[in-house]
Structure formats: structure tokens, C-alpha cells
Design a protein around this ligand. Sequence first.
Ligand code: UD1
Ligand code: UDP
Length: 366
Amino acid sequence: MKLITIVGARPQFIKAAPFSKVFRENNNEILVHTGQHYDKNMSDVFFEELGIPKPEYNLGVGSGTHGQQTGQMLEKIEEIVLKEKPDGLLVYGDTNSTLAGALAASKLNIPVYHVEAGLRSYNKLMPEEQNRVLTDHISELLLCPTQTAIDNLEKEGITKGVLNTGDIMYDVVLRNIDISKKKYCNGEWLKELYKDNNETFNLIEKEYYLATIHRAENTDDPKKLRNIFNAFEKMDKPVLIPLHPRTRKLIEEQNIKLNNVVIIKPVGYLLMLYLTANAHMVVTDSGGLQKEAYFLKTPCTTLRDQTEWIETLHNEWNVLSSININEIITKVTRELNCFKYPQPLLFGDGHAAEKICKAIENGGKY
Ligand code: UD1
Ligand code: UDP
């Protein structure tokens, strides 16, 4: 089979790693990087660490408004689809790269395969919700990570080509957690932080919060962004933040001053796994990180009013918080009862990549 796979943003590189490996054993994959993320620590580091094949095309689209970014991708992906004439086109998740890829292929009557189909926050103001709903409705195969995702699609009348493959991000965690622990144990994680940031950090395992903030709904409202960082300043433990460039720009523009918050550059996947596994708690608005915290049995507080990953809320492994200083502090310092409960296995068996591959090869069966 000849397949075009579209990636462009950090979480998509991570999801692509196990699939590309297994799919390329028997098929031809053409990897297209839209260039949506382009800084070394937002892109290249993942290709290097996870052994992702070098993209056959890099569209170099970069940053811009939604229209500019999606429009440029659409035009360039269409050219590649016309030239390569693939049997299908695969997209991951819910970014502008996802929608552009799906739309380009669908208009040319090339089957679209959507990995991480069926997720919903039911908040139409989120760009991600718009991207995923539109992508699902033009996809031929809807490769769902959870039963909830399947149920969500059914509510929208989508039942054909829908499969529960388990979550491909769970595959990646299982394959890399021991490598990460081996690489960064015995204080090596602090050395790596020093190397990257040219600064010494007084951090102790299990005695820090690991935070990431980048969602438009939090960053683009100056009041919300201030509330988040004001809450972090009042925490009982230091807050370590590998800061997304989008948020860094806004913090600098707004001149937000910080003492309890340790800001570092975005880190590679292996270090991120280590930091997540060894945090007292994760505090985030990231989709992927909520799940990784769950997989690694680190409690999480999600700074959003909804989550697509409702399974993580069971037994308060993950708790939602609105962007209100007191609420954030109360939720983050809650009693951690989650450790009393076993975690049900709701994200598959760690072999999503193989199932997705078989489903694509066999026209929807695995
Ligand atoms: C995008 C996705 C979001 C996903 C996130 C993963 C959309 C609409 N959003 O958000 O769903 O959770 O990726 O991280 O697709 N920038 C840099 N260097 C980079 C990349 C971005 O400086 O390598 C800065 C630019 O100022 C850019 C801003 O970050 O304007 C936002 O980047 P963009 O790709 O538009 O959206 P994300 O916030 O990264
Ligand atoms: N991540 C990383 N380094 C960082 C921050 C995040 O490797 O500095 C990883 C994280 O472990 C997860 C993925 O990036 O696997 C999540 O991506 P992000 O939060 O950017 O996007 P989302 O999942 O919200 O779409």
C-alpha cells in the first residue's frame, strides 16, 4: 500500500513513531511534515529520540492565523496527493495540520484514515474541536482510542468504518518509559535541565509540580493567563514548566514576574516522561499529558472546563479546574485518594499501532 501520513505538531510526531515503524515493514509510507512546529525542541528532537523516519516532504508552512496556516497546508498537500497518487491518507489528532490533510485528500476522493477519531469536548469554541469534528465527518476509517470515542461518533450518526484500536500514545509510553528512567535516573535529569537552560534547579523528585500551558482558550485571554500563573506562584511546591513558545511570548509581552515558577525550554519526549513520572502532580491543559500522567500513575489537575479524556477522571486521577486562582489551588492541593484505587485499563493493550496498521491494510478490519 502507498500511504501519505501528515504530521506537523509535537504530539503528532510522538503518535507517528510506532505506526511508521510497523507500517513500513510491508508498505510504502510517505511522511509529510507540514512545518506547523519547527523549533528544534518542538520538532527535530522527537524525530531523533523516537527514530521517526525523515519526512519525504517538509512543507515549511510555519506559524500564522488559522486561515493562513490551514490554507497553505491544504494547497501544498493537494499538490503532493496529486503527484503521489496514494491509496489513502492518514492524519493524527486535531490540529490544523490534521484538518488540512483530511480536507485535501477527501476532496480528491482519497480515503482518509483518522487516528484519535471520536474525541469530543463539546466546546465548539476550541479550534481543536472544530478540526476533529470536521475530520471525523470526512474520514473513511475512524480509528478510536477509547469506547467513549466510539459512543461519541455514534451520537453523530457515524458507525461505519469505526474501530476501537486503543490509544497509540499508550504504546509510546510503554515502549519508552524504561529507556527514559535508565537515561535520567541518579540525578541525570537535573544535569540535562542544566545543560539545556544553563541554570541550576533545586528540584527534588515528587516535590515539584510539572505544568504545561498552551491551549488558546487559556493563553489568549490575558486575565486567564495571569490567574494561572498567580495560582502557580502560591503553590506549596515549585512549579516546573517546560514552556510552549506560544505561552512564552505571551508571558513576556505581559511582563508576568515569577518566583515559585521554574520556566524551562520545552524538553524532549524521554525527559518529559521522566519529569511526569516523578512529579508530585501534573497541572496542564494538554490533551496528551493528561493521559501520560494517568498511564504513569501521577495525579493530574487539568486547567480546563472539559476534557476529551473523561476516563482519566475516574477516582480523581485527573480533576478539572476552571481558571480561578482559589479553585486551582484547592484542586491542586486536594487529598490524593486516587492511590487507593486500581486503574481500569481503558486505553487498549499498548498495541494500537499494529491494530491501526492492520485496519488500514485490510480495509477496516483487524
Ligand atoms: C497546536 C495545535 C494544538 C496542539 C498544539 C500542540 C492547532 C490549532 N493547535 O497549537 O491543538 O495542542 O499544537 O503543541 O493546530 N511557535 C513557535 N515555534 C514552533 C511552533 C510554534 O515559536 O515551533 C509559536 C508561534 O508563535 C505560533 C504559536 O507558537 O504562532 C502557536 O503555534 P501553532 O502551531 O499555531 O499552535 P499551537 O499553540 O502550537
Ligand atoms: N511534551 C514533550 N515536551 C514538552 C511538553 C510536552 O515531549 O516540553 C510531550 C508530552 O509528553 C506529550 C505531548 O508532548 O506526549 C503533548 O503535546 P502537547 O501538549 O503539545 O499537545 P496536546 O496533546 O495538547 O495536543
